[in-house]
Design a protein around this ligand. Sequence first.
Ligand SMILES: Nc1nc2c(c(=O)[nH]1)N[C@H]1C(S)=C(S)[C@@H](COP(=O)(O)O)O[C@H]1N2
Ligand SMILES: [Mo]
Length: 167
Amino acid sequence: MLKRLAIACLALLGAAGLASADTIPAPKDPVILTVTGKVTNRNSAEGAAFDAAMLQALPSRETVTNTPWYPEKTRFEGPIGAAVLDLVGASGTMLRVTALNDYVVEIPVADFRKWPVILATKIDGKPISVREKGPIFVIYPFDQDPSLYNELYFGRSAWQLKTIEVR
Ligand SMILES: Nc1nc2c(c(=O)[nH]1)N[C@H]1C(S)=C(S)[C@@H](COP(=O)(O)O)O[C@H]1N2
Ligand SMILES: [Mo]
């Protein structure tokens, strides 16, 4: 009987451990990205808030590509968009992204599932300053799929990204 009780307690502790592993810790540094809307894993009233270190810890990609924004091939690096969506438990089909300059554009969630779109936080290995279209720049893998190299995807490449609303 006592043994059964002990096993039950351990099972409960195990479940609690898993649940806490799923929650997102509070940011320690300034928040640079907030994901709102249809998200289940939250760490603030608005949704899931990230500082630079939290984004840095996620699976990332390096995209080296020509772009309309820079005269030369440029190396971008940052978390994979799909990893961010998975972490926050996003369930919608559309992302309404907003930039510091109040630029707003809609990105289908399907884009993040189809391609390794990154939320670039580094350019040529260095953090992207706000003046240089940072701190976050949505970058499609133009290097991998040349069919992305057109106005539709340039328009979805929001720079100075601030919030993602999942709807
Ligand atoms: N933050 C922000 N991102 C943005 C835009 C913008 O005005 N603000 N314009 C978009 C559009 S429509 C295009 S074609 C490219 C143009 O970027 P550029 O104005 O730096 O050439 O960036 C996209 N990302
Ligand atoms: Mo555009």
